[in-house]
Design a protein. Structure first.
Lengths: 77, 141
């Protein structure tokens, strides 16, 4: 599983990344979590704002800090 | 970096049908001008129509949005419904008494009228922030 957190590094983006990493750890998943900070790279996802979370190529959340329990629903198979 | 630098909260998503008639192009022109003036931010309805997840999810997660159809055919509305996106504010330009035709020479007074009605549909004036603070030209794309 590949998870990307889109955001240039503001507090909301950092909080999102933290929640994603914790959710992955708690779920015991072997997932790759990448932070995407490059504005042009973020633009390729067509999101209206950041932070955004992408799971296996699908955008799951835009413009908010998703809670861990919500992230769990995206990553649990 | 400010807490709100990247979040679209407080920013209105503007979705125009941008169709092939005077009213379709009026919706487009009004959306462009409102974006340039700092009232909301025009977003890509075609991306939603293509069911691209970044566009669809953005429209689902945005707190405030206005969809504008030029005429009662309702293409913008249909696109949003097809993508299961809740429609928050909505208007049809022919309902304002503007007749649909194929004259693409848009009248300034009609563009102005449409902009005012869009603002009313969104609940009035929004604070005009400098570019970069609303996500209009920054990381938030």
């Amino acid at each position: 599983m590949e998870i990307k957190v889109l955001g240039p590094g503001c507090p909301k983006c950092q909080a999102t990344e933290k929640n994603v990493r914790e959710a992955v750890t708690e779920a015991g998943l072997d997932a790759q979590v990448d932070k995407v900070t490059d504005v042009m790279e973020i633009a390729k996802y067509g999101v209206f704002g950041t932070p955004a979370v992408v799971v296996d190529g699908e955008v799951k959340s835009v413009g908010k800090i998703p809670e861990k329990r919500e992230i769990m629903t995206w990553i649990k198979k | 970096m400010p807490d709100e630098c990247c979040a679209p909260s407080g920013n209105i998503m503007i979705l125009a049908c941008s169709g092939g008639s005077n009213v379709g192009q009026l919706s487009n022109q009004a959306a462009v001008e409102l974006t340039r003036e700092g009232f909301g931010k025009m977003f890509c309805l075609a991306g939603i129509g293509g069911h691209l997840s970044g566009f669809v999810q953005s429209a689902k997660d945005i707190p405030q949005m206005v969809a504008i159809d030029g005429c009662s055919v309702g293409c913008a509305k249909a696109i949003l419904e097809h993508a299961e996106i809740p429609i928050k504010s909505y208007l049809v330009l022919t309902d304002l008494g503007i007749e649909k035709n194929k004259d693409f020479k848009l009248r300034k007074e009609e563009v102005q009228k449409v902009k005012e009605v869009i603002k009313e549909a969104c609940g009035g004036e929004q604070p005009v922030l400098p570019m970069g603070e609303t996500g209009s030209s920054n990381c938030c794309g």
